[in-house]
Every structure is written in structure tokens, then in C-alpha cells.
Design a protein around this ligand. Sequence first.
Ligand code: GLC
Length: 537
Amino acid sequence: MTPRTTDWWRHAAIYQVYPRSFADGNGDGIGDLTGVRNRLDYLKELGIEAIWFSPWYLTPMADAGYDVTDFRQIDPRFGTLADADALIGEAHERGIRIIVDVIPNHVSHEHEWFLKALAATHGSPERDLFWFRDGRGENGELPPNEWQSIFGGPAWTRLPDGQWYLHLFAPEQPDLNWRNPLVHSEYEDILRFWFDRGVDGIRVDSAAMCGKDPELPDFDHSGLPDPHPYVDLDINHDIYRGWRAVADSYPDPRALIGEVWLADPARFARYLRADELHAAFNFDFLGCAWDASALRTVIDQTLSVHATVAAPSTWVLSNHDVTRHVTRYGRPDTSTAAGIRQYNPIVDEDLGRRRARAAALLTLSLPGAVYIYQGEELGLPEVEDIPADRRDDPIYHRTGGKDPGRDGCRVPLPWSGTKAPYGFGPDDAARPWLPQPAAWAGLSVAAQEPDPASMLNLYRAALALRAERQDLGDGPIQWLPAPEGVLAYRRGTDFTCLVNLSGTPVALPGDHAVLLASHPLDGNQLPNDTSVWLRTV
Ligand code: GLC
């Protein structure tokens, strides 16, 4: 059994596995649970403490598994429930905790509930689990309102019987009606299903969007109305209070981690009150420009907002929904690092990778928990040139390619070898579900392992130090005086981190020993776009 401390989520380094693209165990070109089991020692050696799995449930894959047919079954492409049980056990044996993704806003259009709702009549209890409405116009030919899908196009689809149903994402993802108590009891049961199997935490998908104003009022999509008809409704808090009670009913409390995209930090913090979610992803930090004063502002704001509810901060640079940060940081105009998904006509990848190394030492030494998206530890860039006919993301297709979508950050990982599929599966003949670039040979795990200067070895060294030092992770931070463009802070009594974004080298303090640097130092000078961890001597 994993030794559990009650508050692991406050300080853990958590690795996000996107199962489709991590490792392929059966040679069909799609990552799976056997692939992950085969690579658990890699993750152990990397030094992470928990794995968050993007959805692994039965799904038609209209949105890469975020469209769930049955939360109690594993998709056959990924394996079986027995594989999941084995994986959870083998991870625990290695002291690695498991977080699974639960999606409360919607299910798949193939979910039993939706199929029953389609077969039922207008106004039936089956339809009340979703948002079915008559249309406007003389013959109901216009959608009930003008809400737009987050993936592009209208948020309503009409059925042959004339009614429309709401989907804030793809039409294959009908939104649930959280005003119906059955929805609450079903999800609490799903949570128990996974907690009973030993899962340690839940990542809550689109956590601030579940509640809808039942009047379904129209609003101006160019701004953010207040109140909003489906973002941040008070009913959301009832949902998570119920979930927290389930989590706390276990002898070792399980953690709930929310995907909460909200502009207002005070509203964000309400999700982290003592009887709601344990933590939430920090998207302000993820979207911040590579600029010292912008970063300082976001860090300070993050810490003070979390302090109001005594919740741990989280630090995230990348995930499966945004352009990989090597590419974001490689844009010549650093302020555009904030543009989390856009085409990147000019990217200086070496510069991006150098900044990504500096950013790693920054995030890994800030107070709280840290999330590492698979491939980040290899310094993978966004893959920009995926042919249109290989693209899978509904965002790309529903926006007619105006939004590049998320395929570029979901390309299967390179493990070994000099050409695709880079050891992704057992069989080099299998074609991975997305093409891997020819330039990735030098980025594979096998290529990076023997190179002391590789990104992989930087992450390993940083995570090992983080695990060793009790003063990293959760706890206080003290800012130190520093030249303009330099972030400098103390953790504990003798740990200092300096991040130089000033554009010019700066001198290191004299009374310190270097623990780790993101780039070779120049004597006692800290070069630009470099971070260093120091110990006071
Ligand atoms: C979240 C997920 C994203 C998914 C969406 C709809 O934002 O991270 O990948 O497409 O929710 O479930």
C-alpha cells in the first residue's frame, strides 16, 4: 500500500498521462494502460508522486475520451478494468498515487441516459437529465437561444422529432442537467466506484460550467456577462460539497482537483473552500508572458488568493489543451506566451526550450503542487505541421482550422530509436494515431538519458532535490531583493531560487553553493533566461 499522508495534494509533483499518446502496449498505434504499466519505472525514476490520467473510459472518441459512454468501463482501446486495477496497484507499490478524470458537464451521446432520452417523449423524466428544449421561430426551426459551442458553431443540435438539445462542447457531448438530483447521485456513485478501487484523487473537468440558468437567457458573446448563464453558477458549489463529503468519507481522504477557468480570482477561490475542492489548476500562471514582472504579479496573486481559503497553489506550464510551452516561450514576442493556442509562424525552438528549462526550476520551487504534462520533461515542442486529414481534434474541425486545435500537443511520445514511431509501441510497423516529426530522434527518452545536459535529466535532478528538501512544495516563500527582471526568492532557511529574465547576465550572491542550474553558469554570472537553485553556505 502507498503510505498516504492526508495532504499529499498540497505539495505533490503530479504527472499528467494522456493515455492515447503515452505508450502503446499492444501495437495498434494507440497508447494504452499496458503501455503505462510498462513505463511505470520510468515515471518512478523521473521522481513524480502522482499520475493524473486523462479519461480512459468507454468512449466513441468524439473529443478524445472527454465524451464518456460509461464511467465504469475502460475503453477497449486502452484495456480493461483488470488492467486499470493492476495499474493502480503497481503504481501504489511504487509510492505513486492515481488521479482519474471525471467529466460532470456532459456525457457522450452514446451514454445510456442520452439514448433513453432520445427514445423518450418531450418533457419526460429521461429528457430532464439533459437540456432538451423546443426551438424558436414559427416551426421551432431556430435554436432555443444563440449560445455558441466552445468548440465552434451553435451549442444546440436539433433532433428528428423537432426538439433541440444543449451541448456546450461538441454535439456528441450533451450537457447534463445538474438541477436533477439523479445526476448528483449518479456522479457520487461514480466517485465511489473509483475510490473503492484505490484511486487517490479526481480531476474535475470543466468544473465551473456544470450549472445552467434554467431560463437559458441569451447573452452577448463578445464579453463576459455577470451573472453568466452557465459559468460559475452557485449550484456548482452544491455539487462539489456533495463530492467532498464522498471524498472525506474514506479513511485516507481523497483529493478533488478542479479545472476552473475563471477570470476573477475571488470567484475561483470559492471553489477551494474547506468543504469543496482541494485544489484547482492555475491557468493564470500557464497563460502568463515570459516576463519577470508579469510572472511576479501572477505568483503573488496566486499565493494571496489561495491563502484566503488556506488551499494549496498549483503550478502548471502545459496540458493537453494548450500549445506546448517550449513553443509558446519560443515566440519572439514574449508577451504572446500568453496566447495559449494559436498558429506559430515564427518560433525559435532553442530559445523556447532554454526558457522552458528556466521555467521548470521556477515552477518546481514555488509553494504548492506542480503538474507536469507528459513530454514536458523531454522538452517536446508543439507539432505544427500535422496534415489536415490526420487531425482529430473537434476544435480544429468545428472552427474550419481557424483554431489549430490541440492535436499538436498530443502527439505520441518518442521513447527510443532514430525514426518514427520512436519505440512508441512494441512494433515499429504500427503507425501512431498522430504522426511524429522526423526531428524528434534527439528528443527521445533513450537519446536524453545518457546526456547530463538533457531536459529529462534536468527534470530528474530537480524532482529529486524537491523530494529531498522538506522546504520545497507547500510552505512559505520570501521574496528577496533582486535587480530588475530577476525573480529571487527564499524557501525554508537556506534555499534560494533566482530566475533571470533581465536580458543580461547578473552576478550570483557570494555565500551560496549551486544545487542546480537550468543552463551552465558563466563563472559567478547567471546568464539571461536561466534559473539557478542555491543553498546558503
Ligand atoms: C476540458 C478538457 C478538454 C475537453 C473539455 C470538454 O477542458 O480538458 O480536453 O475537451 O473539457 O470535456
